[in-house]
Design a protein around this ligand. Structure first.
Ligand code: GDP
Length: 198
């Protein structure tokens, strides 16, 4: 039950993550992609999103437990603006690729991409690492309300076509999502329930 989500802890490094038991699903996205809003919509809890926006926690790995403490949502830090120094970006890359490769509890990744700007460099990098780790990825094309129905649907089809051409469609799926209009929620919940049940 995603309504029972509670903030657990923030880990500044991989070494400080909770013990590697149970099942975890991570949420990733460039800053401003709508990740906090999506977590908020999923859990029906505005406080969770605010938690991860607390200054100082934005660069951390934030953990939320669901009703069952052995089922966790992991809010990964994002970036996406030129103001991030290259050295910091490299450090982040090293940590994230290691995390996705080594964290045994991770059952999948939800990747937020603004429907108006899909497949930025960050997104492709995350997808590639997840696929290398044989981890399923579910893409939320966020802020779908910003486009009319036709263009939103054709973006979704383009994204799926791109995934098929990249031979990634066995591990990577995609849907439209809007936190504002609360659309796409049942589809997201179905994917998460499948991952948590595995
Ligand atoms: P984060 O940095 O990825 O956590 O992004 P946020 O969830 O904080 O959202 C970034 C901005 O996009 C905020 O101004 C949100 O209000 C806006 N936003 C998020 N989701 C939606 C959505 O579904 N529709 C619209 N129109 N705006 C959204």
């Amino acid at each position: 039950n995603f309504n029972l989500a509670r903030y657990l802890m923030s880990a500044p490094t991989l070494a400080q993550c909770p013990p590697e038991t149970g099942v975890e699903v991570c949420f990733a996205g460039r800053s401003n992609a709508g990740k906090s809003s999506a977590i908020n919509t999923l859990t029906n809890n505005g406080k969770l999103a605010r938690t991860s926006k607390t200054p100082g926690r934005t660069q951390m790995i934030n953990y939320f437990t669901l009703g069952n403490p052995e089922q966790r949502i992991v809010d990964l830090p994002g970036y996406g603006y030129a103001k991030v120094p290259l050295a910091m970006k490299r450090e982040w890359d090293r940590h994230m690729s290691e995390y996705l490769q080594e964290r045994q509890t991770l059952a999948g990744m939800v990747l937020m991409m603004d429907v108006r700007h899909p497949f930025q460099e960050f997104d492709t990098t995350m997808i590639n690492w997840a696929v290398e780790a044989e981890m399923p990825v579910h893409i939320l094309l966020t802020k779908a309300d910003k486009l009319k129905k036709g263009p939103a649907q054709s973006t979704l089809l383009d994204v799926r076509k791109h995934l098929t051409e990249a031979k990634a469609d066995d591990l990577v799926s995609a849907q439209l999502f809007s936190s504002l209009k609360k659309t796409g929620l049942p589809e997201l919940i179905a994917v998460l329930n499948r991952w948590f049940a595995e």
